[in-house]
Design a protein around this ligand. Structure first.
Ligand SMILES: Cc1ncc(C[n+]2csc(CCOP(=O)(O)OP(=O)(O)O)c2C)c(N)n1
Ligand code: SF4
Ligand SMILES: [Mg+2]
Length: 276
């Protein structure tokens, strides 16, 4: 009897047998959502160039996706992706990386790519910590949280990444958690179809580092917190943002059309050549 093959197996390199994620990690769920979005849009992996930085989240695409994949240096995936997009404007460019990679060392690349409105999808897996390197504090770690580098509690204020990217000028911004795979898949589809900078933040569980060090608990406990601790942007607006405490606001925050960088460069080149 033939073994039943997972419907998304066709997008994974044949040589890959398993991912390296810890049991209960949200990264596997997010990987499935990305592949499901591509599958539902009936796109080909050859339509894409995938780019990641360094961290557990960066392993979502590499070496697993059977596609053109660039596993780049820490903090620099958006810089690489910008180079790819400017030289191969017909390709769909997707960056998948972690909160540390994209908002700490790589924070300026994120802000300026959003400001330029370059056509790419960026999926930021926000587990609130540097997972891969042993659980150090990140710019997304909640205040008071104990990590390996904040043993007495984090005294800093965390970023609201989606608000920052929205303020920088992105065309599409959405946030979900690993508890919301269907909504997340829908947003990834929208982000892929968007012409412009499309950003999807996913609050995800890292039970091994964040869960253990901060006391957030097991994967199940963290998913329960995401379920009970999130509120839709529509309800948050109804309540007035001041009254929602530390709830995670989820949903689509921005979906607009505005001039895109590659198109603007092409138009400018055409105008200059016509003026000569
Ligand atoms: C220039 C440089 N500085 C630091 C590191 C060490 N380093 C590797 S991954 C990482 C943090 C990753 O955190 P995040 O992006 O949140 O990914 P996660 O592992 O949590 O998914 C750090 C600090 C590095 N590889 N290169
Ligand atoms: S350390 Fe955390 S983020 Fe990294 S694979 Fe394990 S559970 Fe996932
Ligand atoms: Mg992280």
């Amino acid at each position: 009897m033939n073994a039943v093959q997972h419907p998304l197996r066709k997008y994974i390199r044949p040589s890959v047998q398993a991912t390296g994620f810890c049991p209960g990690c949200g990264d596997g769920t997010i990987m499935q959502c990305v592949l499901r979005a591509i599958d539902e849009l009936k796109l080909d992996m050859d339509d894409f160039v995938f780019v990641s930085g360094i961290g557990c989240a960066a392993w979502v695409i590499s070496p697993f996706f059977n596609a053109d994949v660039l596993h780049t240096t820490h903090g620099r995936p958006i810089a690489y992706a910008t180079g790819v997009k400017l030289n191969l404007p017909d390709k769909k460019v997707m960056v998948i990386s972690g909160d540390g990679d994209l908002t700490a060392i790589g924070g300026n690349h994120l802000i300026h790519a959003a400001r330029r409105n370059i056509d790419m999808v960026v999926i930021c897996i926000n587990n609130g910590i540097y997972g891969m390197t042993g659980g150090q504090v990140a710019p997304t770690t909640p205040r008071g949280a104990r990590t390996i580098t904040t043993p007495y509690g984090n005294v800093e204020h965390p970023f609201d990444i989606s608000s920052m990217v929205q303020a920088a000028g992105a065309s599409y911004v959405a946030r979900w958690t690993a508890y919301h795979p269907r909504q997340l898949t829908k947003s990834i589809k929208r982000a892929i179809e968007k012409r412009g900078f499309a950003f999807v933040e996913v609050i995800s569980q890292c039970p091994v580092q964040f869960g253990a060090k901060t006391g957030a608990g097991s994967a199940v406990e963290m998913l329960k917190t995401f379920k009970e601790g999130s509120i839709s942007v529509k309800k948050a607006i109804e309540k007035g943002f001041g009254e929602i405490g530390d709830k995670i606001v989820v949903g689509e925050f921005v979906d607009i059309d505005k001039p895109e960088l590659c198109e603007e460069i092409a138009k400018t080149k055409k105008r200059i050549s016509e003026e000569k």
